[in-house]
Design a protein around this ligand. Structure first.
Ligand code: ADE
Ligand code: ZN
Length: 337
């Protein structure tokens, strides 16, 4: 009998990704190509030079490089190419559904029209659905280092693109920028029928996770690692089955955890938390979704049942219709024995 390989199982099982920044999928090779096309000179001489800069001591050091990289994106074609390249990687990883975050303010603040950004991304989404069979939803993320007024300005674009935007999120520099600063804009989004998610408890304290839950009334928490410092919070998240979109390789690269071997993912599952595995900014953190699963499984001894649970969690926590969810769940039948 053939020996069971967890790595093969991970590669083959159909997956969903719920925490992915499209600007964080910008591979150095594509960055140089697009910079060339737009006659923009990068601050690095080569792909290797650029990659050598990907050493971060914290979230802010990463964000500084990530926002600089995004500056070469100018035309609709650039946003299309960026998104399409991610979908090709997603196909390789057997991702059947993905929920993509984009940071409109990163682009509108340097004069790129919102329409350029959203048209490029959404055309790639349509092509991925028809050519690759990957469904997707778009999450418009507000930058929390900017103020709520700026978030409202961006939110106004939503009205013209209701068919393309499914949820709103909150990202960027966490410490010092708690969720409560964005109460009104999230209230409006919820009233308008959008789903809500927010980065919380990545570097910020458990109080920020409480605020995301109680004040923003989120459907999911992005990261949420520091929730584990508060037993009442663990209880709340587990009881209400609020999904955490956990990103193991990101956590190591940004020093949210010291070592993948110490990653709390298994503990989260043991607490009954609806944890999911995601890649966050794979071009910067050294791996796409399968790499996150494979390396984490090896580091903390995940079992086949753990992997299946994590995949099921992501299907349950996704913002798809009940019909699509049932279709996705059905694809797991061969992987459940
Ligand atoms: N934007 C892109 N990646 C992020 C992360 N890991 N945390 C906060 N904001 C981000
Ligand atoms: Zn993120």
């Amino acid at each position: 009998m053939e020996r069971f390989s967890l790595t093969d199982y991970i590669k083959k099982i159909p997956k969903a990704e719920l925490h992915l920044h499209i600007e964080g999928t910008f591979e150095p090779e594509l960055m140089f190509k697009i910079a060339d096309r737009n006659k923009i000179k990068l601050n690095y001489n080569s792909v290797d030079d650029l990659k050598a800069a990907y050493n971060f001591n914290n979230l802010q050091e990463f964000l500084d490089i990530y926002y600089t990289g995004a500056q070469v994106l100018i035309s609709e074609e650039d946003f299309y190419d960026l998104t399409w390249a991610y979908f090709l990687k997603a196909k390789e990883d057997n991702i059947i559904h993905t929920e993509i975050m984009f940071d409109p303010q990163t682009h509108t603040h340097r004069g790129i029209p919102f329409e350029t950004v959203i048209e490029g991304i959404s055309k790639a989404q349509k092509d991925a659905e028809t050519e690759l069979g990957i469904s997707s939803k778009l999450i418009m993320s507000f930058l929390r280092h900017l103020d709520q007024k700026s978030a409202f300005e961006i939110y106004d674009y939503f009205v013209h693109h209701k068919d393309k935007i499914h949820a709103v999120g909150l990202d960027s520099s966490e410490v010092g920028n708690p969720p409560s600063l964005f109460t009104d804009v999230f209230k409006k989004a919820k009233n308008d029928g959008l789903k809500i998610t927010a980065h919380a408890g990545e570097e910020g304290p458990p109080e920020y996770v409480w605020e995301a839950l109680d004040i923003l009334t989120v459907h999911r928490i992005d990261h949420g690692n520091r929730s584990l410092e508060d037993n009442n919070l663990i209880k709340r998240i587990a009881e209400q089955q609020i999904a955490l979109t956990v990103c193991p390789l990101s956590n190591v690269k940004l020093k949210v955890v010291d070592d993948l071997k110490k990653h709390p993912l298994k503990k989260m599952l043991e607490y009954g938390i609806k944890a999911t595995v995601n890649s966050d900014d794979p071009a910067y953190f050294g791996g796409y979704l399968n790499d996150n699963f494979i390396q984490t499984a090896e580091a903390i001894n995940l079992t086949k049942d753990d992997v299946l649970k994590l995949v099921r969690n992501s299907f349950e926590a996704s913002f798809v219709s009940d019909e699509r969810r049932a279709e996705m769940m059905n694809k797991l039948s061969d992987f459940s024995i």
